[in-house]
Write a protein that binds this ligand. Structure first.
Ligand SMILES: C[S@@+](CC[C@H](N)C(=O)[O-])C[C@H]1O[C@@H](n2cnc3c(N)ncnc32)[C@H](O)[C@@H]1O
Length: 311
């Protein structure tokens, strides 16, 4: 079993490390893009296991780049994984790679540093930008957007049942400047019986984070065109942490891996399906009970893996 180093434990404990390392074994002598480098726990495990591998680590968060460890086989770049094509235009790197890993969402570091404003538990500024490519903070969003738009964001990105009530309460009580003030306003807006199922502000914070970081568009764009940077035989490993992300990954991979659906008696294919990926995980993989007990943040993770079979 690959153990994260103490340094990784401080920044972020990587999820499903053994599974990631073994699915990416086919890239052991090639290039892997770790599109969400974070604390580098997955990259380090891959480098520890495979001597010949080379890794391009991307993260839009300058903290992740500044914290990166050094290794001759590792190149860490401040970039959004949606721009993977532009990154691979660099003559230092190949045009196509043998593996891509996405471990979506936020790192423990981002949640734990109060100044980043990701947590509803600790007081901090209403920021939540993962990096400088996000064009506005959560504070700017909630203090200026219309009630309708706020309700849409909470409903769409948080699947929040009380989106309209929460949006109304935000507009009535703004401006807000701290995470804890926003979290109390949301808690008060939610009907008392619903306050018992987890923190009442969890979905609101998730929705606002996704909105300011344009997370789902980045993922959709990557799944539509970014995965074309995989070489034939290359593997994609994606870990999602909520159903909105997983749905995008699942739909895109299903589309790319669907074989001909024409009735067998037709002489030639008319449906036009020509799969260039094969799904290697028919059902999503989840962390073991032991991992969930040891790392609560792994509990919502689901992993899907696909392999490119033609160009
Ligand atoms: C769950 S953490 C990754 C943890 C990492 N696998 C590890 O072992 O430490 C997610 C990281 O992805 C980064 N991230 C999220 N969306 C991104 C995007 N579109 N492009 C680049 N980095 C992104 C975040 O800044 C965060 O550092």
């Amino acid at each position: 079993m690959v153990q994260p180093t103490p340094r990784d434990k401080g920044y972020h404990t990587p999820v499903m490390v053994d599974e990631t390392v073994s699915w990416l074994e086919t890239a052991a002598h090639g290039w892997i893009v770790d599109g969400t480098f974070g604390g580098g726990g997955h990259s380090r495990a891959l480098l520890d296991r495979y001597d010949d591998v080379r890794i391009i680590g991307l993260d839009r968060d300058p903290d992740a780049v500044a914290n990166a460890f050094t290794d001759d086989r590792l190149f860490v770049i401040g970039a959004n994984y949606r721009d993977i094509g532009a990154v691979l235009d660099d003559p230092l790197f190949p045009d196509v790679v043998d593996g891509i890993l996405l471990d979506l969402g936020v790192s423990s570091h981002q949640l734990d540093v109060a100044d980043r404003g990701f947590s509803y538990h600790t007081a901090g500024p209403l920021d939540m930008r993962m990096g400088p490519d996000a064009n506005r903070s959560v504070g700017e969003l909630i203090n200026t957007e219309s009630e309708d738009e706020l309700a849409r964001i909470l409903r769409t990105y948080g699947e929040e049942r009380f989106a309209r009530r929460i949006a109304g309460a935000i507009v009535a009580n703004r401006p807000f400047s701290t995470t804890t003030d926003l979290a109390s306003c949301v808690t008060d807006a939610v009907p008392a019986p619903a306050r018992r199922a987890g923190h009442p502000a969890r979905r609101t914070f998730q929705a606002l984070r996704i909105a300011v970081n344009d997370e789902l568009n980045a993922l959709s764009e990557f799944m539509a065109t970014g995965i074309d940077t995989l070489a034939v035989g290359g593997r994609l490993v994606v870990m999602s942490y909520h159903s909105l992300e997983d749905r995008i990954v699942k739909r895109a991979l299903t589309k790319r891996s669907t074989t001909c659906t024409c009735p067998p008696d037709l002489p030639t294919c008319v449906c036009g399906a020509s799969p260039d990926f094969v799904l290697l995980t028919r059902k999503a993989i989840k962390p073991s009970q032991q991992e969930i007990e040891e790392n609560q943040r792994s509990r919502s993770a689901v992993m899907r893996v696909a392999e490119r079979i033609s160009a």
